[in-house]
Each structure stands twice: as structure tokens, then as C-alpha cells.
Design a protein around this ligand. Sequence first.
Ligand SMILES: [Zn+2]
Length: 497
Amino acid sequence: MKRHPVYVIAGSVAAVISLSLAAIGVSQAEVFLDAYTKAQPVIDKAVSAYGGPEKIGAIDTFHVLEKTKIQQRYQSRRLGPPFDVVEGSTDIAFDRTSGNFRASFGGPFPTMQIVRGEDSQQIDLTRMVSTPAGAPIDQNTHFINRIVPALLANKLYQRAQNVTWAGQSRIDDRLNDVLSIAWDTGQVYMVHVDSVTGLIRRYDILANDFVAGDTIAESYFDEYETVDGIPTPMHRWQRIGGQRTYDAYVQQISFNGDVASQFDIPDGVVAVDAAPPAASDLRELAAGVWIGNGGYQNLYVDMGDYLLSVDAGGGTATVKGDLAQLESLTGGKPLRYSVITHHHSDHTAGADALAAAGTTFITTADSRDYLTGIIRSRPTAGANATTVEPVTPKFQTVKDRDTVESATRRVEIYRVPNAHAEDYFIVYLPAEKLIFGADVFNFPANGPVGPANENFQTFWDNFSKLGLEVETVANAHGRLGTGEELRDRAGSRMASR
Ligand SMILES: [Zn+2]
């Protein structure tokens, strides 16, 4: 282990000296050097706690089974806490030499990801199909390093030049030294190392959180036991923006075992092509009706003198791109009304761009408050960062239904509560016999349609009562469907008007 001279000047004193030196044109390098120098013995303590550099450098394979509790922070039925809790399981295997990786997630929507060399497959265990998922080997290595603190300690050791001492923290009345490490992804982690035992208790990353704005994601390692000679937490948990989001309880764990058989695709899984790559061009579904392309497809309707939009998926940039295209497609008609199918993050992330365009959101009083919150607290960095000036959004509140009608078009808006979301809306264009919704009745781009699960059934119970005549089914995700496909899925006939 490397040893470095320890500077005796306290950080704050060094800062004062550096500031006064800066005033006369001398660099503040001393502050950095002091923080770097203080970090090194803490790294040594952590590495020793996990068995030393040889021991942690020799962890080649890893296999863990956990029970999990996930708080559905952005995907709950209700708008705010308490969030729905989904109980599930994870089964993760990793081979560092080959880079092979598998993560199985059990629960209501079981999935599996398998990476073998350059081949990466995302498997839907309900539909029993696998789709190519790129080759995110580095991402998986980063993931493993984050859930195994011995590997996190190894990371501190390997990247010691990118580690500085950032202060001290208290967790459950125990003192910790906090190390700041610039990860090889460029992201900065704050790692809390127990000042007495050297064990890693927690790490933090900046979460450019969609709802809370700029905040911290805290990951805790608790209930350490020694496994194969390596101190290992039996309980991991996370908190984002102060709210508990995730708990994982280890059922079984091993290091350096034979994991070769863990990377096989399960029997019965059929390979299908990935969804076509996202294009940014809007598609015209009917005269003056456009839908976006890619993973988050918003709907736009030309009302004659103005536009109406449905959903704000894909984030600020996607919605701004859609609006720019509509500018030329419609000769600059203004956006006057917007409907959001439901509050989940993948349908609201670009609501700030709609608000900035001056729209009036048509929604319930509850969703009004939620949307106002996210539009005004967007993060300043990361994928969710806003690129528009924050404005106070305008609203027209509805309870169960509303109609927007112009000389040329009628748009009907219905609240259809279901197990996926309570405040859930569909939009119906009676002239085109077209409905647009999200999530509960997706038609996947490729492969079979999923079963009529609870989300679909509860939706269908309320939707079928409306008696709408439907020919075209558009959704924020997946391909277009027909009314017949929708009725087939329900296994019942839709009442005609
Ligand atoms: Zn959703």
C-alpha cells in the first residue's frame, strides 16, 4: 500500500491560507493536495478492512440472491407517498474475467438481462422473448462495483489518485471519513468509510432527480457478515431525496465460485428484433394528427387555429424537438392545450417544455399540484436537466371528462382510473375513431402482446363503460393497434355507440 506524508494543516485553515494566496496570484493547489493526502490513509484503512489489496483484487466471480422491496417512487398508482411497494427478488451473477453478467429480477414483471461477451439480451419472462440490448459490459462492471463494497474498496485503491477527503459524517452515531472519488464514468461518488472499522457504510451520488430536482441518492451497506473471508453486507438500501426507495436482503451469496452455467438463456425464450431505432420525425396518423417516434411517443392534434398535445414523454429535449417540427408542419400554430395520460416520469419529463410553450394543462386538481411541483423543480444537470426557463404552468381542472372542440375537430378526454395509475386519462378523437393512452394497453413493437394483467383489466372495466367506437389504438409506447386487438385482449366485445 502506498503511504503519503500527512499534512497537518486543517482543511479550513488551508482554505483560508489558499484564498489569501489566491488574492496575491498564487494557486490554491494546497487545498487539493491536502484533501488528496488526507484521503490516502482512509483508503488504506478500507482496503485493509476487506482483506487487503491482494484479496479484493482476486475477486473474480460473484453470485448473489436477494429479496427486494422497491418503493415505486415514480411509478405508483397514487401521485405522492406512501408509494406502492413491490416485493421481488434479484439473482445476480458476474464473471470479471469474461465480463459475463446476468441479472434476474423477479416480481410482477419478471425480467432478465444476460451479457455474454459482445452479446447482450434483455429478456421479458412474461412474454418469454429476448431482444438485443447493446453490449453494456462496462455498465455491468460499474453496477457490480456498487453493490459489493469490497469491490468498491478495490476501486478506491485502483483510483487512489482520483480520491480526495471531503469531510466527516455520522451514520447511526458512528463517525465516518467521506471520500470523494471520480469514477471512470466521470461521475463523482462520495464514499463514507467507518473511521474505526474501515468498512464502507454508504455512498452518495448526485441524483438529478426528475421530481425533487438536484438531490442526493444515498446507498447504504448494513448488517455486515464475513463471507468467504470478505466483509459483506446482508442488507443494502437506498434513499433518494430523503425517501426510502429500495431494500435488498441477501439470501445467499458467494465469491469466486463456478458461475459458468449462470449465463444461459432460459429454455423457451424466443429471440425477437429490437424495436426500430428512435427517429425524431413525427408521423402523421390522420390529417392533422401526429405521433412521435421512438420509446416515448407523444400525440399532437391540429385543432384549426391551435394545437393540442397529449403526454410529455422523452424529456425536455424530445418535446422541444416535437414542437419545433410542428412549427413548420402547421405554419406556427400555438400550443393551447395539453393532456397528460398519467404522472409517471416517462410521460411527464418534458412537461416543462410544454409549460414554457404557454400551454394550459387539462387535468385533475391532484395532478395539477404534482405537475406544478415537477415543472418548477427540474434538475440543473444530467439527462433530466431542464433547458427551458421555469414558468408557472396554467391549468384547467377536470374531474372525469372534458371536451375540446373547434370548428374542425372534437377531442374527448376521459379519466379512466386503473391499477397502473389513479389519475389516468385517455384521449379520444371521435371522427378518426382513435384513442391514445399509455402503458396499460401497449402493443410491443415486436413479438406477442402481453396478457390482460391487472392493469389492463382494471382499465378495461372502466373504459368499456364509455362505449367508444375504436378503430385505431395509439400508445405512448410500442406500435399502433386496432380496436379489434384491444377487444381481443379483453376477451369481450366493446359496446358500439
Ligand atoms: Zn406508467
